[in-house]
Structures are given as structure tokens and as C-alpha cells.
Design a protein around this ligand. Structure first.
Ligand code: ACO
Length: 448
């Protein structure tokens, strides 16, 4: 198969959300800490009737219906998630309910998990399958689904929730430039979930930021090296039209892009002009480790990168700022934001994406876009996703109510033998929701 890539996408995020400004005040944080300090506007969360299974049932059903895909046409289904509902049974098997009733049980693939990287692993698996000799001519389907929740404290405002479905096949409007790729994988304890009785991670926030930036540097170096070998010329920030980042919170995305500009300075690349070179110069002797801790370098880089950030990154930040960290779905929600904001200008453009999962695993990879043809075109994707309408029809909860939901969910995590309120009144039609977990821990869902 040729020009393998993304044919279609859809996104779902819970309509229940809390404003960061209200949360800031409620938590007794200084004004601007979450909105300016972290760069976040709003945070979506699952109410007691939603979870990663219901969100993925909703988004897969919606994608199949809206693009008129016969469920029999799916030959591989891969799920990326780090939200553990069962230590053995995959989320993929829950999704088989959609396909079984249409007579399709011939679908490869299971779940991939490593923090926020599982979605990227699932995506690569599907693309590789379509490009391989075992491909049977049908579509691959990738699902990223997560509910990001944190214990009370400074990490709590960096939660979020969403599910994304991505259809993979040949002759795609969003193609993989598979040769331009760099990975960085290492053993670190920056963010992990060792306590199986709790949904909350153990997180060393400061360490996780440094690990993220170190992985970013390393991936960028590998990608540049491969590009230079194949193209015979140096790669710089000017060689991609947009940069999309895994977005735990927007401030880290601002710092990350600035860090890439500093990388270009160190590599003496063409994106850094003479004035910028002068300003970077005092930092050229810093060791790698020192450079991650240097606040002046961080400030200078962010200032110098600002115009390029506005052009190449800002259009990708809408959903991550409005919905929060969606873990595996975060990077793809940022990419969805770009398509939503710029779809008519994207033909012929190169987009570089950076996927990071704590622990840690990371890959930077490149996509090439074209308009495509109905029903698999960029404008079809925009109208199906209907991002503006989804954002506008949300229900804001006061922080006290959000905290109440978090407490109830702590109680329910890993529990059996309960029924939910079955209140689906806040959910849009077509949304799946949890009704019951029986005495054998079996989960039951209904559709609004
Ligand atoms: N107005 C404006 N800015 C403010 C204000 C204010 N009133 N108060 C604080 N700030 C700024 C700080 O200066 C800082 O910005 P800077 O880094 O540019 O200097 C920022 O707000 C954050 O404040 P800190 O005190 O540095 O950090 P905090 O204790 O709030 O923790 C953290 C932030 C570490 C990100 C925390 O939310 C966390 O642990 N999150 C989860 C981990 C995470 O997301 N890691 C990212 C990669 S791994 C992953 O994806 C899960």
C-alpha cells in the first residue's frame, strides 16, 4: 500500500468541565497560577457515568457512522490507554461489541500501554500493518482513550479526559514520512502508577518536566540526523510548518518549542539569526544538565521563539488548553486543533509531532498533508469533528462539585456491585455511559 496514513478522525471529550480560574481560587493558589503559570483554560473530567470504555465506544461508533464505514471493513483495531480498568482484559475487547453485532470478529490488535505514549505505539502498529505483507486490504483503527486525574495538590489542575479515533489506510490526506523519525527511551521514575488500588499516579513533577525536555532534545537530534543523511541538507525549525507536542499543560509546550530553537542555535542552524545568536551566546558553554535548570536560558529562549511559536505551535493548542491533559489522546487532540484551525491552508505542509510517555518513551515523527478526497479530506475531518460546537455546549461545574466527583470516583475505583445514577441528561445523544458494575466486576453500558 502507498501513502499510508490518517484517512479520518473523530474526537470525544466529556461535556463536564471546570474552569481553571475557578479552580485556582478554590484551591487557594495565587491568581494566574493555573491560567498563566500552567497556561491552561479549562479541564474536562469524566462524571460518574463516563469512563475510558464509554468514551471509546462513543468515539468509535461516531467515526464509523459519520464517515459511513461498514464495521466489517475494519481489519485491525489498536487501543492506546494508560487508564487501568482491568489488568488483563483489554479495552479493545469492550469495543468488539460494536463489531461482533455486525458479524466481524476477524480483527487483530489489542491495547498498548506506557503512560501517554500508548496511542503512538497503537498508531505505528496500524500504519506498519497496512504497509506490511499481512495487510488484508481493510482499514486499521486506532483509539486513544484516557481519563487523567491527580490527587489533590499542584498536579490536580493538569488533569483532563478524551477519546480519539483515527482511521488508517492507503492514499491518505495525512501521510507518514516514516524515514524522518527519532526515538528516545530510558528508565526513569518521573510519573508512574505502582499503586494498583488507586487511579492516581505517583508523580515527581519537576523531574517529569526535565525528562520530557531531555527526551525532546534526543528525539530532535535523531530526527535531524536522519533528515540530513537522506536529504543531504541540515534540518531546522524552518523545515516544518507546524510542531505538535504532547501537552501535559501549555506552559511545557511553550518551553519545549523554545528548547528546539536553542537546539538549532547549538547546531548552528539557519532558523537562528544573528541577533538571536548574540542572545543565546552566554549559554553556549552550559553543560546539558545545567541547561535544563537554567531559568535565564528558559526565559531568553521563550522570548526568541515567540514569533515562531505563534506561527507554528499556537494553532495546535486549542483543545489541550480547553480540555487538559488527555494522556494518550493529548498529542492527537493538539493535531486535531491544528486541522480545526488551519484546514484550508494545510495542503503540502509538513507537521512534526512529539509524543512523550513517562517512564520513559518518546518519538518525534513527521507527517505530510494534502487536502484528500471526500469522504477522506481535511475539510470532512473538520466538519465531522465539529470541535467548536463540542466546546460551546459544555457544562461548567463549580470546583466544589468537581471535587465531589473526584471523591466518589476514588471510592468507586476497583469497586464492584454498584449502579451509577444512570443520569445521562448532560451527555449529547449517541454518547455511551456506564450503568452498572455487577458482583463479578462486569461493566455494563447504555447509549443515550
Ligand atoms: N501567575 C503566573 N504564573 C505563576 C503564578 C501566578 N500567580 N504562580 C506560579 N506561576 C508559575 C510558575 O512560575 C511556574 O512557571 P515557570 O515554570 O514558567 O516558572 C508555573 O506557574 C508552575 O508553578 P510551579 O510552582 O513551578 O509548579 P507547581 O508546583 O504548580 O507544579 C507541575 C507544576 C510540576 C507541572 C504539576 O502540575 C505536576 O506535577 N503536573 C503533573 C506532571 C506533568 O504533567 N508532567 C509533564 C510531563 S509527564 C506527563 O505528561 C504526565
Amino acid at each position: 500500500a502507498k501513502n499510508v496514513g490518517i484517512l479520518a478522525m473523530d474526537i470525544y471529550f466529556p461535556p463536564t468541565c471546570v474552569q481553571q480560574e475557578a479552580l485556582e481560587a478554590h484551591d487557594g493558589a495565587s491568581k494566574g497560577k493555573y491560567t498563566i503559570g500552567l497556561g491552561q483554560d479549562c479541564m474536562a473530567f469524566c462524571s460518574e457515568v463516563e469512563d475510558v470504555v464509554s468514551m471509546s465506544l462513543t468515539v468509535v461508533t461516531s467515526l464509523l457512522e459519520k464517515y459511513k464505514i461498514d464495521p466489517k471493513q475494519i481489519g485491525r483495531l489498536e487501543v492506546g490507554s494508560e487508564t487501568v480498568i482491568d489488568k488483563s482484559k483489554s479495552i479493545k475487547t469492550f469495543l468488539m461489541q460494536i463489531f461482533e453485532k455486525c458479524g466481524n470478529t476477524d480483527i487483530e490488535g489489542v491495547d498498548s500501554s506506557n503512560a501517554c505514549y500508548g496511542g503512538t505505539a497503537a498508531l505505528f502498529n496500524c500504519v506498519n500493518w497496512v504497509e506490511s505483507s499481512s495487510w488484508d486490504g481493510r482499514y486499521g483503527l486506532v483509539v486513544c482513550t484516557d481519563s487523567a486525574v491527580y490527587a489533590e495538590g499542584p498536579a490536580r489542575p493538569t488533569g483532563g479526559a478524551a477519546a480519539i479515533a483515527i482511521l488508517i489506510g492507503p492514499d491518505a490526506p495525512i501521510c507518514f514520512e516514516s524515514k524522518f523519525r527519532g526515538s528516545h527511551m530510558s528508565h526513569v521514575y518521573d510519573f508512574y502508577k505502582p499503586n494498583l488500588a488507586s487511579e492516581y499516579p505517583v508523580v515527581d513533577g519537576k523531574l517529569s518536566q526535565t525528562c520530557y525536555l531531555m527526551a525532546l532534545d534526543s528525539c530532535y537530534k535523531h530526527l535531524c540526523r536522519k533528515y540530513e543523511k537522506l536529504e543531504g541538507k541540515q534540518f531546522s525549525l524552518l523545515d516544518a510548518d507546524y510542531f505538535v507536542f504532547h501537552s501535559p499543560y501549555n506552559k511545557l509546550v511553550q518551553k519545549s518549542f523554545a528548547r528546539l530553537l536553542f537546539n538549532d542555535f547549538v547546531r548552528n542552524a539557519s532558523s537562528v539569526d544573528e541577533t538571536a545568536k548574540e542572545k543565546f551566546k552566554p549559554f553556549s558553554t552550559l553543560s546539558g544538565d545545567e541547561s535544563y535548570q537554567n531559568r535565564d536560558l528558559e526565559k531568553v529562549s521563550q522570548q526568541l521563539a515567540k514569533p515562531l511559536y505563534n506561527a507554528k505551535v499556537q494553532p495546535t493548542t486549542l483543545l489541550p488548553k480547553q480540555v487538559g491533559n488527555m494522556y494518550t489522546a493529548s498529542l492527537y487532540a493538539a493535531f486535531v486543533s491544528l486541522i480545526h484551525n488551519k484546514h484550508s491552508e494545510l495542503a503540502g505542509k509538513r507537521v512534526v509531532l512529539f509524543s512523550y510517555g513517562s517512564g520513559s518513551t518518546a518519538t518525534m515523527f513527521s507527517l505530510k498533508l494534502s487536502e484528500g478526497q471526500h469522504p477522506f479530506s481535511l475539510s470532512d475531518i473538520v466538519s465531522v469533528m465539529n470541535v467548536a460546537e463540542k466546546l460551546n455546549s459544555r457544562h461548567e461545574f463549580p470546583p466544589e462539585k468537581f471535587v465531589e466527583v473526584m471523591k466518589l470516583m476514588e471510592h468507586r475505583y476497583g469497586a464492584k456491585d454498584f449502579v451509577t445514577s444512570k443520569d445521562s441528561s448532560l451527555l449529547p445523544p449517541g454518547t455511551y455511559y456506564l450503568t452498572e458494575v455487577d458482583s463479578m466486576y462486569r461493566r455494563f453500558y447504555a447509549k443515550r
